[in-house]
Write a protein that binds this ligand. Sequence first.
Ligand code: TXA
Ligand code: MG
Length: 314
Amino acid sequence: MTVIGVDIQKAADLLNAGELVAIPTETVYGLAGNALNIETVGKIYEAKKRPFFNPLIIHLPSLEAAKPYVRDIPESLQMLAKAFSPGPISFLMPKSELVPDMITAGSDNVVIRIPDHPMTLELLRKLDFPLAAPSANPFGYVSPVTAQHVLDGLHGKIAYILDGGICRVGLESTIVGEEDGQLIVYRLGGITLEQIEKTTGIKPSLSLFHKNPDTPGQLTSHYAPGKPVLVGDVASLLAGKDVARVGVITFQKEHGIKNSYVLSPSGNLAEAAAGLFQALRDLDKADIDYIIAERFPNEGMGMAINDRLSRASA
Ligand code: TXA
Ligand code: MG
């Protein structure tokens, strides 16, 4: 039986006992367990049906608390942490021997994140270990942005879901690392490339993981609903289709289709990002055959939205 509640102490007790608890963050819900307990980490992979080659992010309440788990924090990443943590950004750094190889899938680097959610920060401060937490969805499916989404996907597989409401950002964290003074973004997310450049003075290069599961990050097909997702010019994609059988996701424009989600009529990309996964989930459940989405302006959070849409359609 999986219970939804708001009892932070109960979540801490379960985690101390080696159990799994879903936790709210500002990006998406995480499926959390003691990162230092190999048996618990195994349960995370099992509950998600996640392949073992796909490493896990560890969550801590502050950069200070993260220090024992890394060998070195490059200066540019320190600047980013100072500017944006707690927040929707994760850092790839050389791991210390405290981090089990099972967390990093054998890699010498670990990804660390300080999530910005009051309940989860309080929970992390109560614990004397980091929380490993991938998104709390079955592997490959759309990430959850409400406690109910977590329940829909993982019912019976975890003890408790800590309910922190709807995730404010709605897309996963940006993952960034440093190699030879160069900043590399491995996953687009809640902190934009523009924000990273402005803060550090370094223009990050993009190295989004696609087919090679050995490199940081995701596979091409990910965040995918069960229904086919087509991405492009909505009017052209609608041509010749029975509009009653189609769901549409757009930024600002209404196309007069019954099953449609206009993510931000006022043209705010952050607002659009926050509504994207809910829209994909709702349309996946609706009585339609296809989901059609337009491409978003490829700037700021629009880049992360386009990334998720193209993976959903792969
Ligand atoms: O916003 C987020 O980051 C959410 C919340 C729950 O914090 N977490 C999240 O975790 O999205 P997950 O596991 O769904 O995605 C983490 C990505 C994976 O694609 C994984 O391959 C990559 O980060 N990753 C984690 N550790 C890594 C490492 N040591 N080296 C390379 N890639 C890593
Ligand atoms: Mg995920």
